[in-house]
Design a protein around this ligand. Structure first.
Ligand SMILES: Nc1ncnc2c1ncn2[C@@H]1O[C@H](COP(=O)(O)OP(=O)(O)O)[C@@H](O)[C@H]1O
Ligand SMILES: [Mg+2]
Length: 131
């Protein structure tokens, strides 16, 4: 198992939005979270990345279990290094090139050298026909 999500709970002002949500994800899985607008899809993802603090639940990632309510700043940084979030709206840096936008997370976020980051970025851009 790559990632196990257990018993996620979240309410806003007494209204439950996530009620005991569970999900197991294997390496290579492509998972779609589907549901009507307002059903809690974004809240669920925000809780996993700690943009929102869940009321309860656990995330098991890389063999380590993290409490979604009580995670330390170090645990949060650790999860964020291993996950990525693509926002629905436009969040590129307009003053940077495509290559700079793609490499910034690797160099600033993960401490990968500029040379290696550019190599990986070029491979990724090649894959989607943007090189
Ligand atoms: N910060 C917040 N404060 C109060 N209510 C919120 C907040 N964020 C989301 N909600 C409510 O939680 C519910 C789920 O929202 P959301 O996760 O954005 O749904 P989805 O992404 O599936 O459209 C909605 O009723 C929404 O109004
Ligand atoms: Mg949403």
């Amino acid at each position: 198992m790559l990632m196990s999500i257990c018993h996620v709970k979240k309410e806003f002002n007494g209204t439950p939005v996530l009620r005991d949500v569970n999900m197991d994800i294997d390496k290579g899985d492509v998972v779609v979270i589907l549901g009507p607008s307002g059903s809690g899809k974004t809240t669920f993802l925000r809780c996993l990345n700690f943009l929102e603090r869940a009321d309860g639940g656990e995330l098991e990632l890389d063999g380590k279990t993290i409490d979604l309510h009580d995670a330390s700043n170090k645990d949060i940084a650790d999860v964020r290094r291993k996950t990525a979030f693509v926002f629905q709206n436009y969040n590129l840096f307009a003053n940077k090139t495509v290559l700079e936008n793609v490499t910034l997370g690797l160099t600033a976020g993960r401490g990968i050298s500029k040379t290696e980051a550019e190599e990986r970025a070029r491979e990724a851009l090649q894959k989607v026909g943007m090189l």
